[in-house]
Design a protein around this ligand. Structure first.
Ligand code: SAM
Length: 291
């Protein structure tokens, strides 16, 4: 079967049929995904489904839902089908050829907030290396209301997506974007530097889930032979980029946090903490510049 028929157009029936179709297609959270696709296609939420399960979907919504179910069965992620993803407190556009931001990355926001809490209202200068969709900068600019930020990415699509998300979130006047290689074009010093660099070992890329392998860009994933190549490049520049009392917070892949912390220590930075994600994995690593 290529797509569910959806002959019974009632909301609850459509949900059951799409969930069963996705389950037969081998999708792990078939029901959760079916609900998200139904809500996006129908333009309603959980409360409306509960209150009016027998209401019928219109022809346009049914066509969208059939197509969405077909795409999900082919392993396209829900966020890419819907084109949106919630991150921290905002809804962001998920653009083709740009990394779909992950919930684990919110750990980096939590650690940044913990370390900079007393300076939250100061006019901080923030730098993100590898800005992608702009998810991290949108979250930080929401939490640091007087801060300004620069985001850098080598990918044109990422810079465009970040510009769109920063503007949708109302931060266009506090953020600038640069297309280029890490910090090559930067001479300023920053109070907070964040990065979630590519960290998958090159040899592991082919074994990734289709949702990642087929839809996230390789430039956002490939961390070189040992997964640490981008950290080395970024950390090399941290001493010249961090302001006095400045803090750098980097996301780490599974099992990489201690190696990332060691690379930061090798450059003379002072360890400032490691924070675990919701799954208990060490996910965000911080270091400080000596004053
Ligand atoms: C893992 S993604 C992170 C995206 C976003 N910050 C997030 O957390 O969702 C890494 C990003 O680094 C960018 N990138 C890879 N190599 C780069 C380089 N040499 N210079 C600048 N950006 C680079 C990729 O294009 C990608 O957007």
């Amino acid at each position: 079967m290529i797509a569910p028929a959806l002959e019974d157009a009632r909301r609850a029936a459509a949900l059951e049929e799409v969930a069963a179709f996705l389950e037969r297609s081998g999708i792990e959270d078939a029901r959760g995904d079916a609900r998200a696709l139904l809500f996006a296609a129908g333009g309603f939420g959980a409360a409306e489904l509960l209150l009016e399960p027998m209401a019928k979907l219109g022809e346009a919504a049914l066509a969208t839902l059939r197509d969405s179910a077909r795409r999900r069965a082919a392993r396209e992620p829900v966020s890419r089908i819907i084109g949106m993803r919630g991150f921290w407190t905002q809804d962001l556009v998920v653009a083709p050829h740009v990394l779909d931001p992950r919930p684990d990355t919110e750990t980096l926001i939590e650690l940044s907030l913990e370390l900079m809490r007393e300076r939250r209202r100061e006019p901080l200068l923030i730098l993100e290396l590898g800005v992608g969709s702009g998810a991290i900068l949108c979250a930080l600019l929401a939490e640091f209301p007087s801060a300004r930020a620069i985001g850098v990415d080598l990918s044109t699509e990422a810079c465009e997506a970040a510009a769109l998300n920063l503007s949708r979130c109302g931060f266009a006047n506090r953020a600038s974007l640069l297309r280029g290689r890490w910090a090559d074009a930067l001479g300023a010093r920053f109070d907070l530097i964040v990065s979630n660099p590519p960290y998958i070992e090159s040899g592991e890329l082919e074994a990734l889930e289709p949702e990642v392998r087929l839809y996230d860009p390789r430039l956002a994933l490939d961390g070189g032979a040992d997964g640490l190549a981008c950290y080395r490049e970024i950390i090399d520049d941290l001493p010249r980029l961090l302001a006095a009392q400045g803090v750098a917070v980097l996301e780490a892949g599974d099992g990489q946090a201690r190696s990332v912390a060691a690379l930061m220590a090798e450059k003379g930075l002072e360890p400032a903490g490691i924070r675990k994600d919701a799954g208990g994995r060490e996910r965000a690593v911080a270091a400080r510049r000596h004053s």
